[in-house]
Ligand binder design. Structure first.
Ligand code: URA
Length: 288
């Protein structure tokens, strides 16, 4: 069946055409638009716009009507005064992105105040099809400058830890952080920052489909596992993050200050290596 744009809009009961309210300056908390429905819009009782370019909101050229309907499920409607304002469900939108959309979207993020103080976002580095996903806390000063996770002193130790179990950054390993932006003065991340960044990490995990996650440090472990347990009590067990097994160990920056705990980190790495061998041979870990 071949439908014109107006036929489709009519089918979807989306006429009159929505006009973008703020073209020159994107609204706060907006990600790069991937679909017709990701802007904030005002429905105005004005005549339909004549030009196609004037209505980016409702371009459904390549999608089927079903796809367009599905996209509208992310919309939230409010009615301030006589205008209807449509905003979008940010997490749901992010959860539909592919890898390159996600990569393009993160540097544009202004969802929390860290956007104002970062030099750049730090998306992650490595093999996007890796079996191993290493998750740290947040970029530090060096990472903020270079745009890559774990490039400072802690990063050197992480590379050595990986080498100890025959792994190498970028080769069947992906490295990311809970937060994509540096907290100023390397302070602890705030709850709101984690909340806003969480869909990015969740989508990264969904797309990478790692066999195992290694959570580095208390903050990463507590955020991923939604727990306030101590790292001591989380070590040595298999946890679960949306169906992916998780092993917790000390953060390399902590190990640099607490050398005796390197022995415990080594135990964790051995456990991780054994668990991965089981997972790769198709054996399910007992507690997952
Ligand atoms: N610490 C982290 O948790 N992540 C980095 O990328 C660097 C330091």
């Amino acid at each position: 069946m071949s439908l014109t744009r107006d036929d489709m809009l009519n089918e979807l009961e989306l006429l009159p055409v929505w006009q973008q309210r703020n073209v020159s300056k994107p609204a706060e908390n907006q990600v790069i638009p991937q679909t017709a429905t990701e802007h904030a819009f005002v429905i105005e009782a004005t005549p339909p716009i004549k030009s196609v370019e004037a209505m980016p909101a409702l371009v459904v050229e390549e999608s089927s009507i079903e796809t367009a309907v599905a996209a509208t499920e992310n919309l939230i409607t409010e009615e301030p005064g006589s205008e209807k304002t449509l905003t979008y469900d940010r997490p749901a939108t992010i959860m539909k992105m592919d890898w390159s959309s996600l990569q393009a979207c993160v540097p544009e993020c202004t969802a929390c105040s860290l956007a104002a103080t970062r030099i750049q976002t730090v998306f992650g580095v490595g093999d996007p099809n890796a079996d191993w996903l290493i998750i740290g806390e947040a970029p530090g000063a060096e990472e903020d400058r270079k745009g890559e996770p774990f490039v400072g002193q802690a990063g050197k130790l992480l590379d050595n830890m990986l080498a100890a179990i025959q792994l190498k950054r970028g080769s069947n390993v992906y490295i990311a952080n809970v937060l994509k932006c540096r907290p100023p003065e390397n302070r602890d991340p705030h709850g709101e920052e984690v909340l806003q960044c969480d869909p990015f990490l969740k989508r990264q995990v969904e797309l990478i489909k790692p066999k195992l996650i290694l959570a580095l440090g208390k903050f990463a472990a507590q955020s991923l596992l939604a727990s306030d347990n101590t790292i001591a009590s989380m070590r040595g067990k298999l946890h679960d993050y949306h169906g992916v097994p998780v092993i917790v160990t000390y953060h390399p920056a902590y190990l640099l200050r607490n050398l005796p705990d390197k022995a415990k980190a080594w135990e964790d790495l051995c456990m991780a290596r054994k668990t991965m061998a089981n997972l790769q041979s198709g054996e399910l870990p007992p507690s997952i």
